[in-house]
Design a binder for this molecule. Structure first.
Ligand code: ADP
Ligand code: ZN
Length: 290
């Protein structure tokens, strides 16, 4: 019988919970607003209790969460969110409530690692062993697969906080850095610089040239460091499809012929799973915990 998995995509505004399988079917799904950890997590537990009664027990549960978080199994802080500006969530334990309620293995990783796994299994990174998944939205985060494994290490990569050269009119929205990728190029950074929500800025506006330059500069660093076979770009800002050709062109200019890249429209690509990558990725995190 096809194994059933529980998955949670834990975000700053909502927790999406689902039950499904590795055929990519989502049999039940709900959206729970992110309030306090106690309230939010107990509502998630209730959802899985109900679904367990309706569907049947799931084999494992996967949690793909906003970070920073501790994914190291041998750490006392395993399963916790670390210090976060999200009020009330610093040090929140995301795993224990589910471990207490359901006697199943639990996988826990970043939302971007979850989404990267989803894209790898079903989407834009199928068949690859080395790729990067980058989301450019409220924040900028990246998941990296190297030789078939997601990169962890000290904790997990923080690709949004690499430094970028900034020009005089740039103002960073990152509380930690005045020159990082997320501070200069996330959705809120675009809004702060140009005085308009990113989704309201028209195609052809100078904001997009600037944005594409930041992204291309960051991708050049990632390409030179990690040698990805493909880079998948997602998140709200990348819904501006016209950014893709701009970014591809600027990467070629940045690298200046130094290395041979694949065909650019197969190298720098949009997500294939859209909003589903998070929850499907959580199922894969669950399966990996078995
Ligand atoms: P989150 O990062 O919170 O999960 P999103 O990936 O949707 O959610 O990112 C939200 C950010 O992306 C906001 O700053 C918003 O202004 C920006 N954004 C959302 N949709 C678009 C769009 N169509 N074009 C440009 N920017 C967008
Ligand atoms: Zn930063």
């Amino acid at each position: 019988m096809t194994k059933l998995f529980g998955g949670i995509e834990a975000g700053g505004t909502k927790f999406v919970c689902g039950v499904g399988n590795l055929d990519g079917e989502i049999l039940a799904k709900t959206r729970i607003p992110t309030t306090t950890p106690a309230d939010t997590l107990s509502r998630c537990v209730d959802f899985f209790e109900e679904q367990r009664a309706i569907l049947s027990n799931f084999s494992a549960l996967g949690i793909a969460s906003f970070g920073p978080l501790d994914p190291r199994l041998d750490s006392v802080k395993y399963g916790h969110i670390l210090r976060t500006p999200k009020k009330g969530w610093s040090d929140a334990d995301l795993v224990s409530p589910f471990r207490d309620a359901f006697n199943v293995p639990i996988g826990f990783d970043t939302d971007v690692n979850g989404a990267a796994l989803g894209e790898w299994h079903w989407g834009a990174a199928k068949g690859l062993s080395n790729f990067i998944y980058l989301t450019i939205g409220t924040g900028i985060g990246g998941g990296v697969m190297v030789n078939g494994e997601l990169v962890h290490g000290l904790l997990h990569p923080e690709m949004g906080h690499i430094p970028l050269p900034k020009d005089d009119s740039a103002v960073s929205v990152c509380p930690f850095h005045d020159d990082c990728f997320e501070g200069l190029a996330s959705g809120p950074a675009i809004e702060k610089r140009w005085g308009e929500k990113a989704e309201d800025i028209p195609v052809g506006h100078p904001a997009w040239e600037v944005e594409a330059s930041y992204i291309a500069r960051a991708l050049r660093s990632f390409i030179c460091t990690l040698s990805p076979e493909r880079i998948i770009l997602g998140g709200g800002v990348m819904q501006q499809a016209h950014l893709f050709p701009l970014i591809r062109q600027k990467i070629l200019e940045e690298l200046n012929g130094y290395m041979k890249l694949p065909k650019m429209d197969e190298y720098i690509v949009p997500v294939a799973l859209e909003g589903k990558a998070g929850i499907l990725g959580a199922f894969l995190l669950a399966e990996r915990a078995l």
